[in-house]
Write a protein of this length. Structure first.
Length: 308
């Protein structure tokens, strides 16, 4: 199982045995449908010192899993980097431990790799599953889309590349990225993505269909304004579009989209602590100082308006 494979599926986890079990079952369902895929795929679980029955779930999954458990709690960046750097596959697919995949997802990915030479990135279509309402969102793409440059990829993908479980990287491309530059921004996969696709003739494919299901509403980092701070980190990452000479259309699309999100985010994700909101306002001002609406509506709403 440790030899090189075409695809490595890698799962960082911490004390989410119930969700992890569902994810592993969805992977096994792919192998049951297409047994030949077992020879092309290896699976890693990186356990960040869980305190539940995660190890038992892995051992009873019926899958040949490479299981590594840390003896200490690792920060997110370190755990994610381990999940990308350790696997031996030519391509690496990191899946969040609370997400799960469609019954034909792995075959679609393997076929795509085999039919497209030298792909740098594969983006998978997905649906959101709201854990409170149990409702599913709609798919984001009607057809598969190939691109041979980063500008085309980002303009086609819109914001649908944000969830980490939707991205598959060629490992040799990931290894060229210096993760220390993005340490602490909580979006290390996006920093890598923007850097990888900035080069000439970097090929990518967007695959449509029910490939990944991503849960919404069970994140553990959304309290006391943390969700809003995390989303503001995207602005720092999007600055890379300018530095790496992406087209003006790409940079402006994502920058303006985040500004449009302000109204909703401030109302629903602001902190109850004035000092935290003041810090959020200072970050926003750095990027949105040229927008009158920020000073007249967004900032007063953040500092003095009620949370809904």
């Amino acid at each position: 199982m440790s030899e090189n494979k075409l695809l490595s599926i890698t799962i960082p986890t911490y004390s989410r045995a119930k969700y992890l079990e569902e994810l592993l079952e969805s992977i096994e369902a792919n192998f049951v449908k297409n047994p030949e895929l077992r020879e092309l795929v290896n699976i890693y679980v990186f356990d960040n010192n869980s305190i539940d029955n995660t190890q038992e779930i892995v051992e009873n999954s019926g899958l040949d899993v490479i299981y590594e458990k840390s003896s200490i709690d690792l920060d997110m960046d370190t755990n994610v980097n381990l999940a990308y750097e350790t696997p031996q596959g030519e391509y690496v697919w990191l899946i969040g431990d609370d997400d799960f995949i469609g019954n034909n997802s792995i075959k679609r990915i393997i076929d795509t790799i085999n039919n497209n030479s030298d792909l740098a990135v594969i983006l998978l279509d997905f649906v959101f599953l709201n854990v409170d309402t149990n409702k599913l969102s709609e798919n984001n793409f009607e057809i598969d889309i190939g691109n041979d440059n980063g500008n085309g990829f980002f303009l086609e993908a819109k914001e649908n590349f944000l969830p980490i479980s939707t991205l598959i990287f060629k490992k040799s491309e990931w290894n060229k990225h210096d993760l220390t530059k993005s340490k602490g921004n909580q979006w290390p996969h996006l920093s890598a993505l923007i850097n990888i696709l900035s080069g000439d003739s970097k090929k990518s494919v967007i695959l449509s269909g029910d490939l990944v299901t991503i849960r919404l509403g069970n994140q553990c980092w959304t309290e006391n304004g943390q969700n809003l701070l995390t989303e503001l980190n995207l602005l720092r990452i999007f600055e890379e579009f300018k530095k790496l000479k992406y087209s003006k259309n790409v940079y402006e699309y994502f920058f303006k989209q985040k500004f449009k999100d302000n109204k909703h985010n401030i109302r629903h994700k602001k902190s109850n602590d004035f000092k935290v909101n003041l810090r959020i306002g200072q970050i926003m001002a750095k990027y949105f100082y040229g927008f009158p609406r920020f000073w007249l509506r967004d900032l007063p709403m953040l500092l003095f308006g009620g949370r809904k």
